[in-house]
Every structure is written in C-alpha cells, then in structure tokens.
Ligand binder design. Structure first.
Ligand code: AMP
Ligand code: ZN
Length: 467
C-alpha cells in the first residue's frame, strides 16, 4: 500500500517516495527557545511525530532534523532584558522542551541542530547568494535577499509578486511579518549595540547575526542535502518563513529544495490561534498541574486531522481521557480471555482499514474509527464467548503494531508487574511488620531473582522491573 500526503505547494495528495529509495529526509521547524513551548506548538510536533512514525509503518527509514532556534529577535531581547548570556537565557527552555517531548511520547529525531552551532554554514550560504547576485548590502550594513531576482518567489503560499504592492521601504528586517508586508528579507543583520547588547558574531559582512530564515536553510541543507523529501511546520510558517527558505536554498544550490511541503493547522482557543502574543495559551506543565497526563494531551492533539483547525477545550481533554479509558478496558478484557474459539474476521478487516486510513493523508479520524469499531464489534463477540485466547492475543499484537504509530494506547500500563509478584511483595511486607526477618528475606530474594527491584517509597514498597 502506498502512502499519500497533501503537498501545500501543488495542492494535491502525492505519494511519499524517498529520492534514494529507502530513507525519507525530513526537516521540521523546531521551537524558538525564548519561553516554554505551548500546546499549540505541540500540536505541530505531535503531528510531525505521527508522520514520522507513519512513514516508518509504511516501511521507510526516516532521517529527520528539527532545529532549535536560539538566535532570533525574541531570544536576544529576552537575554538582554535579563542581562545574561544568550545561552544562559535559552538553556532552561531547551531542557524543558526535551522533557515535554518525552512526556508526549515524541520519538527522538536524528538531528537537533541549534542555530548558534551553524553560523559558518549560514555565512557560507549568504556568501554564495551575494556572489550569484541574489543578495545585496544595505546602507546600514545588513545583507538582504532581493525577491525580484527569484521569479518563483511566492509559489508555496500562492502569492503573485506582480500583483502585490511591495513594502514601500523595500526591505524587511523583522524575523516575522505578514503577507501584506512582502519585501526583501534580511539574511544578516548588522550589529546594533543598543538592540543587540553583547550578542553578535563575526562574519565577512561585519559583526552581526543571521536572520531567522537563513538558519533553517543552512541547517537543512547541511544535514540532509540540497533536496529534502518532506518539510513540515505550522501553517503560520508558510509565509514568510518557508517561502524565504525556498528562495535562499534554491538560489544558493541551484537545486529544488523540497519535494513535499506539509503544514499543520493551528490549535485554537475560543476560535483564535493559541499564541504567546494573545496570552491564550497553556503549556504542558499547566495541564499536568490540573491532573492531565501526557498521553491524554497527545491523544487530544493527534485525534483531529492535521489540516483541520482544532479548538482546545477542557471538555475535549476529558473526552480524550474517556477514550483512553475505553481502550484500556478493552485491553484488560482481551488479556483476561482464557477460553478457545474459532477465529473471526476481525483482524484482517481492521488491519487493512487502519492502514488504508493512514495511507490517505494520515486520516487519523478514520484510523481511530477503525479502532473503536473493532472495540465495539469485539466486545459484542466476547459477550458471546466467540473470541478465544489465541485471537485475543493476536488482537493485542495488532494494537502493539498500531501503537508504533499512535504511541498512546495504554498497552503497558497495568501489565508490568504480574499479580503473583505483587502478592509476594505484600507477603514480604506482612513478614516485616511481624518482624519475621528470615521469611521477609526469603521473599525478597525470590522477588529479586525473578528480575524485579523493590523500591521503598513513602507510600510503601513498590516493584519495578530491573532495567
Ligand atoms: P515558534 O516557536 O513560534 O517558532 O513555533 C514552533 C512551531 O509551532 C511552528 O511550526 C509553528 O508553526 C507552530 N505553532 C505555533 N503556534 C501554533 C498553534 N497555535 N497551533 C499549531 N501550531 C502552532
Ligand atoms: Zn524553519
């Protein structure tokens, strides 16, 4: 079965097919580490994880880079306001970001390049652009990309340069700006002592720092090559960021930059984009404090198709919790089956339907509908004793394989410690209370010899599997 994905540039679903026949080269715009990421950002990252896992499910390898933006207007402003070094300012947010990825079961990717580590690659790209006549130096010493020199500028976001009134000032120095402000954009910002404090880098163009857009072009091509298979980001990245990435990368290398562009719709709150600037955001930490789990947030974020806006509500999060509970009840029911019965049609049907749903531009709602139909039908059959132990085990194996994509099914929650060992532990606790040290030691040794560790916690002793 082939995997199809909607490409923003051609506006059609196209087959996912690695240029080299086996490995998809994927670039995903990562966080700007000037603050904690909010769950709107994580909608995009959770989708990108779903995509990565789906590509693997369809038999390809993935080589992915997600950049960490530690140089931009916001990180520099933050460090200067606190009067600390840039790295000191960004580091806690970088650490928090990786903790959050883990809590959301997002698979680690191959490369996490930070902008500060790739300045030479950025300088090299800017030099090539100047040499080839695509970039120029302004009076203030900054280097700009001349969008008039790249006739297909605007092809991703479907803008037509000849129909646009270009920004009267002719150049745009901000990292982020809107479509009504199309203009030449900055590649290298000349140092300004009042604005930049002590934060600058040396370059052949003088002291200064790279613009945000060149960071991604340089890191993507350096790590993945001139042409990458898939480039992702949230819809707000499409213009100007991705448009500028195309211009810089293609003009410097002379090669097509990206085969497929994938953009994730926004997470909204009260029908407005969740964002720092509107103040209508939740971090993962906020939701943990309210008692929700990483799995519940992941389920909520991935259960709506990525090209549909998703309005965040606590009712939605509670619904995610109930869905996970329903799945868990089903898993426990399957595990309890010990009788035998003839196999039914359930598995082949569900297996094909689940994969077909994903193959169609990651139609996650359809894929989850297959799961819940399976639960409904199987529960009906279990009620009539028509599912035997062998089929129950096979269904569990199928869920394991689906979980390589979903990474949210509660398959390993309650099974880790078999009941027998929990009972042994209880006996040991009893023996200790009765000061029967010989028996308590014997029980401890038996537990340890079977591959478990005993952890003494304020809430009592607990078992853990030895790593
Ligand atoms: P930033 O740190 O602002 O550069 O954003 C990091 C990623 O999160 C980008 O791919 C953005 O497009 C994405 N993003 C930002 N806000 C939202 C939102 N409300 N919903 C979905 N994705 C978002
Ligand atoms: Zn980017």
């Amino acid at each position: 079965m082939k995997l199809y994905l909607f490409d923003t540039e051609s506006r059609e679903k196209r087959e996912v097919s690695p240029q080299d026949g086996h490995t998809i080269k994927m670039y995903t715009c990562g966080p700007t580490i000037y603050d904690f990421a909010h769950i709107g950002n994580f909608r995009t990252y959770v989708f990108e994880d779903l995509l990565r896992r789906t590509i693997q499910f369809f038999g390809f390898k993935v080589q992915q880079a997600m950049n960490i933006t530690d140089i931009d207007d916001k990180t520099i402003r933050g460090a200067i306001a606190k009067n600390i070094a840039l790295h000191e300012y960004t580091e806690p947010y970088r650490i928090a970001f990786f903790e959050d990825l883990k809590a959301l079961a997002i698979q680690p990717v191959e490369f996490y390049p930070a902008a500060t580590e790739y300045i030479p690659a950025m300088i090299q790209m800017i030099e090539q652009l100047i040499e080839k006549g695509y970039a120029y130096r302004s009076e203030g010493g900054s280097i700009y990309f001349s969008i008039r020199k790249f006739p297909s500028y605007g092809r991703l976001s479907h803008l037509h340069l000849d129909e646009l009134k270009l920004n009267a000032s002719g150049a745009n120095e901000a990292d982020e700006y809107q479509k009504d402000n199309v203009a030449d954009f900055v590649l290298w910002k000349a140092y300004d002592a009042t604005r930049d404090g002590k934060i600058y880098w040396e370059s052949p163009f003088g002291l200064g720092r790279p613009g945000w857009h060149i960071e991604c072009s340089a890191m993507a091509t350096q790590l993945l090559g001139h042409t990458i298979d898939i480039h992702c980001g949230g819809v707000d990245n499409m213009f100007p960021h991705h448009e500028n990435e195309i211009a810089q990368s293609e003009c410097s290398s002379g090669c097509r930059f990206v085969h497929q562009w994938v953009h994730v719709e926004h997470l909204l709150v009260d029908h407005k984009k969740m964002s720092k600037s509107l103040g209508n955001f939740y971090t993962l930490r906020d939701l943990f404090k309210k008692g929700y789990s990483g799995a519940e947030v992941r389920y909520l974020l991935l259960s709506t198709h990525y090209r549909t806006q998703l309005n965040f509500t606590f009712a939605g999060l509670d619904a995610a919790r109930s869905s996970l509970q329903r799945i868990e009840d089903f898993i426990l029911r399957l595990r309890g089956i010990q009788t035998s019965a003839l196999e039914t049609h359930l598995i082949p049907k569900a297996e094909t339907e689940f994969k077909t749903a994903l193959a169609d531009d990651l139609n996650i709602s359809a894929a989850l509908a297959v799961l819940f139909d399976l639960i409904r039908e199987a529960n009906g059959l279990i009620d009539q004793s028509k599912i035997g132990e062998i089929e129950a085990q096979k269904i569990l194996q199928m869920l394991e394989s689906w979980n390589t994509v979903l990474a949210v099914l509660p398959l390993h929650k309650n099974e880790e410690i078999p009941l027998h060992f929990i009972q042994l532990l209880e006996k040991r606790e009893e023996a200790r209370r009765a000061k029967n040290w010989r028996l308590s030691d014997e029980l401890r040794d038996e537990i340890l010899s079977k591959g478990f560790l005993i952890e003494d916690t304020p809430g009592g002793a607990r078992l853990k599997r030895k790593p």
